[in-house]
Design a protein around this ligand. Structure first.
Ligand SMILES: Cc1cc2nc3c(=O)[nH]c(=O)nc-3n(C[C@H](O)[C@H](O)[C@H](O)COP(=O)(O)O)c2cc1C
Length: 266
C-alpha cells in the first residue's frame, strides 16, 4: 500500500508530541500533510470526524503512565475507516507504562488499524533551568530516529496490499491500565509584577482554565498541569510554584537524568 497524504492527530500542550509526529511523517515522505490539533479546548466539543483511507499518525503525551484523560476524550471523537494508524506517545524520560497500549487500544476502538507504535522522549513539562528533565528533547538524534521510523513504516505498508493482511500490533503495557492520578487542584500562578496581560497563557491553555479579568485568574480544578502557560509566557510571569510539583520536579531531575532512547514497535 502506498499513501500520498497523511494526517497528524495530536494533543500536545507543550508541542513535543507534535514535533515528533512531524519528524516521523518526514520519513514517510508523503506529498501532503494535514493537521488535526486536538489541543485547544474547542476540540472537546467537535462533531465526530471520520477519517477514511488516510494514513493517520496519532500522538499524545504520557501523564502518569497513561494518556491524559482530555486527550482520550478528544480522540474518542474520531472514527477511522480503512485507515492505518501509527500511534505515538511522548514522555519526559521517566516511564510510559501503559500509555502506548492505551493509545493503541483507543485507535483500534475508533476503527483504525494500528500498524506501528513508538514511545519517544520530550522535555518534561516540569523541566526548568533549576531542575532540567529531558531538556531540549526531542533533539536532533530523536528527530533522526523519528524519520528512520517513518521510513520503516513506509516499507511495512509497501509490503502489504490491503490492511486485512496487517498482523496485530504488539506494544508494551499491562491490563488493567495504571490508575489515573486525581486532579489535585494545583495550578501555576501569575506574578502580577511581570505580567503584561498579553493573554498568551489564556490562548495556549488546553482546558480553558485561565481567564483575564482584572488580573489573570486560573481555575485550578480545570488545570491539568501541562505547563503550556509557563513555557509560553513571554515575560516569565507564569510559574509553577506549588511545593508538591517542585518536589516532583526535583525528584525527576535527580532520578530520571539518564538518557532514554525512542522505542519503536513495527
Ligand atoms: C501531569 C503530567 C504527568 C506526566 N507524567 C509523566 C510520566 O508518567 N512519565 C514521564 O516520563 N513523563 C511524564 N510527564 C511529562 C510529559 O509526558 C512530557 O513533558 C511530554 O513531552 C509532554 O508532551 P507535549 O509537549 O506534547 O505536551 C508528565 C507531564 C505532566 C504535565
Amino acid at each position: 500500500m502506498e499513501f500520498s497524504t497523511a494526517k497528524l492527530v495530536y494533543f500536545s500542550p507543550t508541542r513535543t508530541t507534535k514535533r515528533v509526529l512531524e519528524g516521523i511523517v518526514r520519513g514517510i515522505q508523503v506529498n501532503a500533510v494535514e493537521h488535526l490539533d486536538l489541543t485547544p479546548p474547542k476540540a472537546r466539543t467537535r462533531p465526530v470526524e471520520e477519517i477514511r483511507g488516510q494514513l493517520t499518525l496519532i500522538g499524545a503525551p504520557v501523564y502518569g503512565g497513561r494518556i491524559p484523560p482530555d486527550a482520550a476524550q478528544r480522540l474518542r471523537g474520531l472514527k477511522g475507516r480503512d485507515a492505518p494508524a501509527v500511534v505515538v506517545v511522548v514522555y519526559g524520560n521517566r516511564a510510559y507504562e501503559d500509555a502506548l497500549l492505551e493509545l493503541r487500544d483507543l485507535a483500534g476502538e475508533a476503527g483504525f488499524v494500528p500498524v506501528a507504535g513508538g514511545a519517544f522522549l520530550g522535555e518534561h513539562s516540569f523541566s526548568n533551568d533549576v531542575t532540567p528533565i529531558a531538556e531540549g528533547r526531542p533533539d536532533e538524534n530523536d528527530l533522526r530516529a523519528a524519520a528512520d521510523f517513518g521510513r520503516a513504516i513506509r516499507e511495512k505498508l509497501r509490503g502489504i496490499r490491503s490492511l486485512d493482511e496487517m498482523p496485530p500490533l504488539h506494544v508494551p503495557g499491562n491490563y488493567p491500565y495504571q490508575e489515573i492520578g486525581r486532579s489535585q487542584g494545583i495550578s501555576p500562578v501569575t506574578r502580577n509584577d511581570l505580567c503584561t496581560r498579553c493573554e498568551t497563557c489564556v490562548s495556549v491553555c488546553p482546558t480553558a482554565a485561565i481567564a483575564l479579568r482584572d488580573t489573570v485568574v486560573t481555575d485550578a480544578s480545570a488545570c491539568i498541569l501541562c505547563c503550556a502557560c509557563v513555557k509560553n509566557c513571554p515575560t516569565g510571569a507564569r510559574a509553577m510554584e506549588h511545593p508538591r510539583v517542585l518536589r516532583s520536579a526535583r525528584w525527576l531531575s535527580a532520578n530520571c537524568s539518564e538518557r532514554k532512547e525512542p522505542e519503536l514497535h513495527l
